[in-house]
Design a protein around this ligand. Structure first.
Ligand SMILES: Nc1ncnc2c1ncn2[C@@H]1O[C@H](COP(=O)(O)OP(=O)(O)OP(=O)(O)O)[C@@H](O)[C@H]1O
Length: 303
């Protein structure tokens, strides 16, 4: 099957007096058609620069990037590619409905059902009630929802999303993750960046970690977490159970590894404890820290 994204020895340098800033360095990556790929890294790691090259907003200094076999420097590579940049710049004198209709037309989609289809996407993103309002009056979250609805309305064969959940409240983030998972289940391909892993952990089939412009590792969530997955268990009960720590009153908690979890749950059942939460405590964020010594202020390398 043809790769949705093929990147080979991609390098981007930004000229600066003295030493150039190397935002992306010799990056090799292939994203398969039908997969959801999370591109993660700290602030300034090189995620947006890579995405801007993929979407043709900027040119690479060297190396190649292709979408479905077409170089990203060619306009036709972007046909039926839905893109939401980190800070979407929508024409603020248009309405969401006009924005979606215009986007579809740019991707050669028109016809009788267009308005209905666009309204359907605005409904899905919870902004149908402002379909005819000017975007200029919108909050960041509503603008983000409009941009995401626009990206999905074009019947994308690939979605490229730079920090897709930024600016959204927790309910909005969940809504968007659900919509993206649905798109993915229907065979869509997603390439998204994030520096906050919590919300997107369940979305990706594979994650690539970029740090200071270099791709450090590409792994599935399962590979990353391995056997080290741990769980926080919270209960309510009257009886003392070995291994549990008292929280407040008759509330208890503990942290156990995956292999001990079942035994603990059986013990809790026998002691008539009500389990109120079982939550993974080692998330991808901490797993990735093994690959990257977290810098309080990260920056690109200098070349
Ligand atoms: N136009 C530019 N001119 C000069 N330097 C730039 C430019 N764009 C990006 N950089 C630098 O390149 C490096 C990578 O930036 P990039 O925006 O790609 O990071 P990022 O991983 O997307 O970070 P964030 O999560 O903060 O968006 C940073 O050091 C940044 O300052």
């Amino acid at each position: 099957m043809q790769a949705a994204i093929s990147i080979y020895k991609l390098t981007k340098k930004f000229p600066r007096r003295g030493k150039d800033i190397v935002a992306v360095q010799e990056l090799d990556l292939e994203v398969h058609s039908g997969e959801a790929f999370g591109f993660i890294g700290q602030n300034g790691a090189g995620k947006s620069t890579t995405i801007k090259i993929l979407t043709g907003s900027i040119r690479a200094s060297s190396g190649t990037a292709m979408l479905f076999g077409t170089a990203t420097t060619e306009a036709k590579a972007r046909l039926n590619v839905g893109y939401v940049p980190e800070n979407p710049y929508l024409l603020d004198y248009l309405t969401p409905l006009e924005t979606l209709e215009m986007g579809c037309k740019l991707h050669n989609q028109s016809g009788q059902g267009l308005k209905k289809k666009c309204m359907g996407w605005l409904e899905r993103f919870g902004i149908a009630h402002v379909a005819h309002a000017r975007i200029r009056s919108f909050s960041k979250g509503m603008t983000q929802r409009t941009a995401l609805a626009h990206a999905l309305a074009v019947n994308p064969r690939l979605l490229i999303l730079d920090e897709p959940l930024s600016g959204l409240d927790p309910i909005g983030r969940k809504d968007v993750v659900d919509i993206l998972m649905e798109y993915r289940k229907q065979g869509g391909t997603i390439f998204f960046s994030s520096h906050v892993l919590y919300d997107v952990e369940r979305l990706a089939d594979r994650f690539g970690l970029i740090h200071k412009g270099e791709l450090k590792t590409v792994q599935s969530p399962h590979e990353l977490l391995g056997d080290e997955q741990r769980f926080v268990v919270r209960t309510i009960g009257e009886q003392l159970v070995e291994g549990l720590e008292q929280d407040v009153g008759n509330r208890w908690f503990t942290e156990v590894g995956q292999v001990e979890l079942w035994a603990l749950l059986h013990k809790l059942e026998a002691a008539h404890h009500q389990v109120i939460e079982v939550k993974p405590s080692l998330n991808l964020e901490s797993a990735f820290m093994k690959y990257v010594k977290a810098d309080p202020i990260s920056s690109a390398t200098e070349g």
